[in-house]
Design a protein around this ligand. Structure first.
Ligand code: IPM
Ligand code: MN
Length: 372
């Protein structure tokens, strides 16, 4: 298969984790005889610095004309701490999501068996948790009308949803549940918000097409608690943009590190793959960021194009790195491995390189890190 992939590394640790994902994809290409053509483009703070805008037209055009987008991270503290900044890096990502029509963002949560003790949550709570968050991505308060009065003392962000916006993502969530544990949980605030009441009404209607899927509803405050008290109850969580943003960071705690959580965003004709973590500016250039979330996002890309065996191989390589403790310091401060070494291990595993033999069951569990 030939795939043209737009690569938007973005800010902070974005370029470092993207490099490792590219290496893993390249290795898959070698082993399974695919050609992945990467085309890099600017987005975010680096794009503002170079072109004055967070999403240059050239970048957007490239993304519109490629098979998929691989995205790193976005955000820079010099904008976060300046409420008066007129352009912000995040606007680049939001506009890209909107222009590509990426209305569904999918974030799987499933802890690795070998990492059950890495989460601050108790093993007996998270063991067996396996759910997916379907986050609506192009509506809600993120995209509603924004207002600030002249004196800068009153602001508002309009939270608006249409029946159509809810219907299209609801279908995707139900279809996904049919291939999983047949349950959809809608997370909302229907006791307060009109939009949430519309979500309930519309999702109930959509559910009539999926009689084999159980449907239930949770208020978002309760859901925030349930995710860490009893995460096994969930299969597919379906929710609006802002709630999904917040709950997916929370849910990543179950996996042991936000550096493990991947995501895929789909629309009618485009697809984008990105780790859920941010740009982690304080880690930039230090070779400490976990590349696994980005590599697993690349695995979701493979899956999207029907390359199931290839995606499985990439997952297997990631599992081995975790099993052999070739992980970054967010998972184990003692290993001494960095972004590059973890990525190298994963791509070498895919390539079936001999020097992996160094890592075997005898020496890995004693935490050796002397070869690098
Ligand atoms: C995410 C991020 C983005 C979001 C930011 C960077 C705009 O937090 O993808 O979850 O809020 O959607
Ligand atoms: Mn987020």
């Amino acid at each position: 298969m030939n795939l043209k992939i737009a690569v938007l590394s973005g800010d902070g640790i974005g370029p470092e984790v993207i490099l490792q994902a590219k290496k893993a994809l390249y290795a898959i290409g070698v082993v399974y005889d695919h050609e992945f053509i990467f085309e890099d483009a600017l987005i975010g703070a680096v794009a503002i610095d170079k072109t004055g805008t967070p999403l240059p037209e050239q970048t957007l055009n490239l993304c519109l004309n490629t098979d998929a987008v691989l995205f790193g991270a976005i955000g820079d503290p010099k904008y976060d701490n300046n409420p008066d900044a007129k352009v912000r890096p995040e606007q680049g990502l939001l506009r890209l999501r909107q222009e590509l029509g990426l209305f569904a963002n999918i974030r799987p949560i499933k802890p690795y068996k070998t990492l059950l003790d890495s989460s601050p949550l108790k093993r007996e709570i998270i063991e067996g948790a396996d759910f997916i968050i379907f986050r609506e991505l192009t509506g809600g308060a993120y995209f509603g009308e924004k207002k600030l009065n002249e004196s800068g003392t009153i602001a508002s962000d309009l939270l608006e949803y249409s029946e159509e916006e809810i219907t299209r993502i609801a279908h995707l969530a139900f279809k996904s549940a049919q291939n999983r544990k047949n349950k959809v949980t809608v997370v909302d605030k229907a006791n307060v918000l009109e939009t949430s009441r519309l979500w309930r009404k519309v999702v109930k209607k959509v559910s009539e097409n999926y009689p084999d899927v159980a449907l239930d509803f949770l208020f978002v405050d309760n859901a925030a608690m349930q995710i860490i008290v009893n995460p096994r109850q969930f299969d597919v969580i379906l929710t609006e943009n802002l709630f999904g943003d917040i709950l997916s960071d929370e849910a990543s705690v179950i996996t042991g590190s936000i550096g493990l959580s991947a995501s895929a965003s789909f629309g009618t004709s485009n697809a984008l793959f990105e780790p859920i973590h941010g740009s982690y500016p304080t880690a930039k250039g230090k070779n400490i960021a976990n590349p696994i979330a980005c590599i697993l996002s690349a695995a979701m890309l493979l899956e999207h194009f029907g390359l199931h065996e290839e995606a499985k191989k990439m997952h297997e390589a990631v599992e081995k790195s975790i099993e052999y403790n070739v992980v970054t310091m967010d998972l184990n401060p003692g290993t001494g491995f960095g972004t590059n070494e973890v990525g190298e291990f994963i791509s070498n595993y895919i390539l079936n390189k001999d020097d992996l033999l160094y890592f075997n069951d005898v020496n890995v569990h004693i935490g050796q890190s002397t070869i690098f």
